[in-house]
Design a protein around this ligand. Structure first.
Ligand SMILES: Nc1ncnc2c1ncn2[C@@H]1O[C@H](COP(=O)(O)OP(=O)(O)O)[C@@H](O)[C@H]1O
Ligand SMILES: [Mg+2]
Length: 500
């Protein structure tokens, strides 16, 4: 223990304060160890030094060496009779002003060969257990190190040991966190679709159930929520994966063009049809057809589609020949298709054929617990594309992301990240690099009680990790009420239409 009467140099007290500040703000273990060594070296004006840490298996590992090679440091530290080992075993600091005549170093090769005069060697301890040693020496000055040196060093290494332990814990936690997130992703997900929220887990659950069937699937959800991504994942993870995946956007295309795209045409069937043309359904044969924005298709095309679904056959435009085709149909819409049926814009029979199973993709604001992972995913994606190290984002930015309304959902998040990576000149993206359009306005956008009710209920469910009993307790409502609401919003179990 440092002697209470011992006077510490004011310079050393300042150094001590600086050290505490500096080392506590370095979360990375290696930079921290470098810093600790440098401070020790310069403050007591030693010539050389090294820092060894005791590994879990008891081995000594030279973590930093200054003005000497790591190899030499190792040679000096490893022998069981070395100064380092003595300090470590006895958990007592050692100071010598005159190593050559000091009986404790009698016969010590390093002292003789290297003409070491002053030596200071202090154990790094944590709760009384030695975790390493700082060794410092000098060959120049006799009487370089004195008792105040030792007092200072002891105060210093106590701080350093704590910081090292903290940094180690942080690194361990970060590693564990990464492993856990990858595990989660593996267990619940399709690797290309990011999502650990309960809402996404129920999406994955339905996806897994229908992978090996040919059941028609309707994907509902706002734009940018990942409908096409899900359609692709189902195709490429299912039994049709070796056959084509064909996607056609059906919104606001002219009827003739869309019809000819989907089903092909016979030469001369309309102006401009100068050759026979195969339609996309023929190209998709054996595979999966993804019909995007299905709500907008015309009655004539609806009728043809129904035939494909019912009989597996169709005719090219202007042709009389029936052609057979085997495709799995996945359709998508951001409209309420049932409402389109009600108002007579969409055939009811086709609706039931397309909609054997529905997956409703949750908007991003209803699964905020996925934002963190998505951000990391897109940062990595941009980095891979540009061949650079992934940038990081500041805590402020992450908070802003987690608050924002995301009307454009995951697509908007992806675009925002791509843009901010380009705009930021630093490794860390800050709030100034962001261009979220009218982020604040959206936050205070007036919303109906019904919408807010839904958001609050879903957020609570997320926070309770999908546990409905706990959520109902937190919300102060009955479990029955909660089930009733989830049913009303179509959330929970995969819905199978029994009408068909
Ligand atoms: N869960 C997700 N994980 C990773 N990327 C996603 C996710 N959801 C959407 N994306 C990405 O966001 C963009 C928009 O998704 P998309 O499937 O085209 O949405 P939609 O068809 O619903 O408009 C795409 O680049 C897609 O890869
Ligand atoms: Mg889309």
């Amino acid at each position: 223990m440092p002697n209470r009467d011992q006077v510490i140099d004011p310079e050393q007290i300042h150094a001590l304060l600086d050290i505490v500040q500096a080392i506590n703000s370095i979360p990375q273990i290696q930079s921290l160890l470098d810093k600790v060594m440098d401070i020790a070296l310069t403050t007591i004006k030693a010539e050389r030094g090294f820092l060894v840490l005791k590994e879990e298996d008891g081995n000594l590992n030279v973590a930093v060496a200054r003005n000497m090679s790591a190899g030499l440091a190792e040679q000096m530290a490893k022998p069981s009779a070395s100064i380092v080992n003595r300090v470590l075993n006895e958990v007592t600091p050692l100071l010598s002003h005159d190593a050559v005549t000091d009986p404790r170093f009698l016969g010590s090769e390093s002292v003789i060969i290297q003409k070491i005069t002053s030596v200071a060697c202090v154990p790094l301890t944590l709760k009384g257990n030695p975790i390493g040693v700082i060794y410092l020496d000098s060959t120049l000055d006799r009487q370089l190190f004195n008792e105040s040196t030792l007092t200072f060093l002891q105060l210093f290494v106590n701080q350093a040991a704590l910081s090292i332990e903290n940094a180690r814990l942080i690194e361990k936690l970060q590693l564990e966190n990464r492993l856990l997130q990858t595990e989660l992703q593996k267990t619940y997900g399709f690797p290309e679709i990011i999502g650990v929220s309960p809402r996404m887990q129920s999406v994955f659950e339905i996806m897994r159930k229908i992978l090996s069937s040919d059941i028609s699937l309707l994907l509902q959800g706002e734009s940018g929520t990942g409908k096409e991504l899900v359609a692709r994942a189902i195709h490429y993870n299912g039994q049709r994966r070796d056959k084509p995946f064909v996607a056609q956007f059906c919104g606001n295309l002219s009827e003739n063009l869309l019809e000819s795209e989907l089903f092909g045409h016979k030469k001369g069937s309309f102006t401009g049809a100068i050759v026979d043309k195969r339609g996309l359904f023929e190209i998709a044969d054996g595979g999966t057809f993804f019909l995007d924005e299905i709500a907008d298709i015309s009655p004539a095309i609806q009728a043809k589609l129904l035939r494909v679904l019912q009989e597996g056959s169709f005719r090219r435009v202007g042709d009389t020949e029936d052609r057979k085709v085997d495709v799995r149909i996945i359709s998508a819409t951001n409209k309420d298709l049932k409402a389109e049926v009600k108002r007579g814009a969409f055939r009811e029979d086709l609706f039931y054929r397309l909609n054997v199973i529905t997956i409703t993709m949750p908007p991003l604001r209803e699964r905020r617990s996925d934002i963190r992972l998505l951000v990391q995913h897109f940062l990595n994606k941009v980095a891979t594309r540009s061949g650079q190290k992934p940038k990081r984002i500041s805590t402020d930015v992450m908070k802003a992301f987690e608050r924002y309304h995301w009307p454009g959902n995951v697509r908007e998040l992806e675009n925002t990240i791509e843009r901010s990576v380009v705009l930021s000149s630093q490794d860390v993206i800050t709030i100034d690099d962001l261009l979220i359009p009218d982020a604040e306005e959206r936050e205070i956008e007036p919303r109906s009680l019904k919408d807010q009710e839904k958001e609050i209920v879903l957020r609570t469910l997320e926070e309770c990790e999908g546990n409905k009993t706990r959520s109902s307790e937190v919300l102060g409502v009955s479990l029955r009420w909660l089930h009733y609401k989830l049913n009303e919003w179509n959330i929970g179990k995969p819905r199978r239409d029994s009408n068909h």
